[in-house]
Design a protein around this ligand. Structure first.
Ligand code: SAM
Length: 291
C-alpha cells in the first residue's frame, strides 16, 4: 500500500533581500493566495508596515513568520512614514501590506511609495491578489478595456453625480461596494449608466463566494442582493455606443437640474451623452427661469 505523502512546503529563499520598499499583495480571503515571493519578502525584511498589524500578524503566523511591525494607515502615515523613509535611507528593507489584496488599490500606501520614489529609494511591487481583477475575470463581461472606480460616494445624489462622469465611457467599470449600500447603488447605476449587463461578485476566494450576473435593473431588484453580507465588487459592462435623442438629453437634463446648478447640469449631461453643452446650457437656463 502506498501512503500518500504531502510534499514539504516550498523553502523560503536563502538569498538576502535587497534594500528597498516592497509593496506586497496579500490574500483577499483564502490564505493560500499568497505568493512565494511575498513570503520571501515578509521573511527577509527589517520592518513590515501594516494597515492593521493584527490582520497582518495572523497572516505571518499562518506561515510561521514573525516580524517587527508598525501600523501604516491614513492616521499613522504622518508618524510611521518618515520612520520608514529613514530606514530606507540607511539601506533597510521595508514591506508594506494592507489588510487584503494589493496595497494602494483603495488602500493606504500611495504617499509612502511616492515619497520613496522621490527620495530615490528602490520600490519593488510584489504582485498578487486584488478583488478588482478577480471580479473582472469572473464577471463574464468585456475585459479589453476597463476602468477601476473603487468606492462611490455613500449618498445617492453625490453618487449619481460621480456616476455621470463614467456614463459615456465605453469601458467595463469596476466598483467596490458595501452590502448595506449595494441595492441603492445598483439602482443609481441603472438610472445614470443605463440598464447595462453587470455582475455582483461577493466573498471572492472565500467559502461563500458567489457571482450574480444580470442587467443592472434586475440586480437592483434581486432580493438576494438587498443588504447581503460580506465583501462586494460590482462590475458593469460598457454601454452601447448609441446616439442620444433630444428626448433623452431633455430627460437627463431635467434629472440633473434637481441636483445641480444649470452650468454643472449641462456639463454632466453633455459628458454623459456626448451632446453639445452650449445647447444644453441654454435649455437649462430656460428651465430654471421660465418665461
Ligand atoms: N486593496 C484591496 C484589493 O486589492 O482588492 C481592496 C481594499 S478595499 C479597502 C476593500 C474592498 O475591496 C471591499 O469593500 C470590497 O469591495 C473589495 N473586496 C476585498 N476583498 C474582497 C473579496 N474577497 N470579495 C469581494 N470583494 C472584496
Amino acid at each position: 500500500m502506498t501512503v500518500s505523502q504531502r510534499p514539504p512546503p516550498p523553502p523560503l529563499s536563502d538569498a538576502p533581500l535587497a534594500p528597498g520598499l516592497y509593496l506586497v499583495a496579500t490574500p483577499i480571503g483564502n490564505l493560500r493566495d499568497i505568493t512565494l515571493r511575498a513570503l520571501d519578502v515578509l521573511n527577509g525584511c527589517d520592518l513590515v508596515l501594516a494597515e492593521d498589524t493584527r490582520v497582518t500578524a495572523k497572516l505571518l503566523t499562518a506561515y510561521g513568520l514573525s516580524k517587527k511591525m508598525e501600523r501604516y494607515d491614513e492616521h499613522a502615515a504622518a508618524r510611521t512614514g518618515p520612520r520608514a523613509l529613514a530606514l530606507l535611507a540607511e539601506g533597510g528593507r521595508v514591506a508594506l501590506c494592507s489588510d487584503a489584496g494589493t496595497p494602494m488599490v483603495s488602500d493606504p500606501g500611495y504617499r509612502l511609495a511616492a515619497e520613496a520614489i522621490a527620495a530615490g529609494h528602490p520600490v519593488v511591487p510584489i504582485p498578487g491578489a486584488s478583488a478588482a481583477l478577480a471580479a473582472l475575470c469572473l464577471a463574464g463581461l468585456p475585459t479589453d478595456r476597463f476602468l477601476f472606480v473603487g468606492f462611490l460616494p455613500p449618498k445617492s445624489a453625490a453618487r449619481r453625480t460621480a456616476l455621470g462622469e463614467f456614463a459615456n465611457m465605453r469601458s467595463t467599470l469596476i466598483f467596490y461596494e458595501s452590502g448595506p449600500r449595494l441595492a441603492a447603488s445598483l439602482g443609481d447605476m441603472a438610472q445614470v449608466l443605463g440598464d447595462r449587463p453587470a455582475a455582483v461578485a461577493r466573498e471572492l476566494t472565500k467559502l461563500h463566494e458567489t457571482c450574480v450576473r444580470g442587467s443592472l435593473s434586475q440586480l437592483a431588484a434581486d432580493p438576494a442582493l438587498d443588504s447581503p453580507r460580506g465583501e462586494i465588487v460590482v462590475i458593469v459592462g460598457p454601454g452601447e455606443a448609441e446616439v442620444a435623442t433630444e428626448a433623452d438629453a431633455a430627460a437627463a437634463l431635467a434629472e440633473a437640474l434637481t441636483r445641480l446648478p444649470p452650468g454643472e447640469a449641462a456639463s454632466e449631461v453633455a459628458r454623459a451623452l456626448g451632446v453639445n453643452r452650449r445647447a444644453l446650457y441654454r435649455q437649462a437656463l430656460a428651465v430654471k427661469t421660465p418665461g
